[in-house]
Design a protein around this ligand. Structure first.
Ligand SMILES: [Zn+2]
Length: 373
């Protein structure tokens, strides 16, 4: 990689970054009912800050059914295709495939899944072709989907597809998930292999979705000790999170020696998110990202949750700038897109409501060390 130096704040670092984008892709992602128009908000803010000229903008492919069948079952994909034609939300079989309440069926849902899956595959291919050192698909990161089941707003597990693609070239791939929710679909997909280590930092609390990701869940069979879970409690803030993140990640790198990395950067950990759980800011998440980027591995960055849409756009724009070694001004430059909701890139609205609960599983890092020995 062209970036030298090992400082977390090396702003002189000029990374080659690929950004997966086409107007059609953003339009398709905007249609997702749980995060309406989020994809275009994120893209508009990145564009408004002039960040596109510092990246290679790469048009995403659309995944074929064969591409998605590298992970998903034929019967799931065929069912998704069938109900997608007319948005049939009442098909009696849909319940078997997790489609319904949390994952409503709308017309074109198969095309959405193929677009997201294809975009992450494109981002992975850019890394494998050495066209870039970091590739970005903010509209990806749907980590809950299972091989034969939609789950938690996720219809296709593009993160799994991306990891499988990277595995065609790289022996060991590290997956790191900092979404508020446990990255259960990705962990499940690789729970039996020692070639992919999954690490998830997430809220773990009775009744909180998806309910998995306890400290003692460490993988199965040959994959035992290659799944790492860091359960956290509400209220955690940047400094404590960074402390835990770096201690776990340093140990993971030492034990696993990854050749490539995928990071899911769901923004539902932000203070002000309707999830009302963690108290993170983009600066804190950005420090975690810089920590792993200094390893100079081929790295695929994905989005994920993030239900305060303006905060999510701010967060991912801030992270894009951080990857590029750019500092953003607090004033949004003039731009044709309407960004009134995103008035200030610098994150201010840190909720005080749950800050008193800023305890977390401090034993997580220590136990992780023990478990990987
Ligand atoms: Zn989430």
């Amino acid at each position: 990689m062209s970036c030298s130096g090992d400082s977390d704040d090396d702003s002189s670092c000029k990374r080659k970054v690929a950004y997966v984008y086409s107007p059609e892709y953003i339009q398709t992602c905007d249609s997702l009912s749980k995060v309406p128009n989020r994809a275009s908000m994120v893209h508009s803010l990145i564009e408004a800050y002039g960040l596109l000229k510092h990246m290679s903008v790469v048009k995403p492919q659309v995944a074929t059914i064969e591409d998605m069948a590298k992970f998903h079952t034929d019967s799931y994909l065929e069912h998704l295709h069938k109900i997608s034609q007319d948005g049939d939300n009442d098909d009696p079989q849909s319940g078997d495939y997790g489609l319904g309440y949390d994952c409503p069926v709308v017309e074109g849902i198969y095309d959405y899944a193929a677009a997201v899956g294809g975009a992450t595959l494109t981002a992975a291919q850019c890394l494998m072709d050495q066209k870039c050192e970091v590739s970005v698909n903010w509209a990806g990161g749907w980590h809950h989907a299972k091989k034969d089941e939609a789950s938690g707003f996720c219809y296709v597990n593009d993160a799994v597809l991306g990891i499988l693609k990277l595995r065609e070239k790289y022996e060991r791939v590290l997956y790191v998930d900092v979404d508020l929710h446990h990255g259960d679909g990705v962990e499940d997909a690789f729970s039996f292999t020692s070639k992919v280590m999954t690490i998830s930092f997430h809220k773990f609390s009775p009744g909180f979705f998806p309910g998995t990701g306890d400290l003692c869940d460490t993988g199965l069979g040959k994959g035992r000790w290659y799944a790492v879970n860091v359960p956290l409690e509400d209220g955690i803030k940047d400094d404590r999170y960074y402390q835990i993140f770096t201690s776990v990640m340093q140990e993971a790198r030492a034990q696993f020696n990854p050749e490539a990395m995928v990071m899911q950067l769901g923004a539902d950990t932000m203070a002000g998110d309707p999830m009302c759980s963690f108290n993170m800011t983009p600066v804190g998440v950005g420090k975690c990202l810089q920590h792993v980027l200094q390893w100079q591995l081929p790295t695929l960055l994905l989005g994920g949750g993030g239900y305060n849409l303006a905060n999510t756009a701010r967060c991912w724009t801030y992270l894009t700038a951080a990857v590029l070694g750019k500092t953003l001004s607090s004033e949004i430059p003039d731009h044709e897109g309407s960004l009134k909701a995103c008035v200030n890139i610098h994150y201010q609205s840190v909720s005080q409501s749950n800050s008193s609960k800023s305890k977390c599983s401090s034993k997580a890092a220590a136990i992780f060390k023990k478990e990987t020995e």
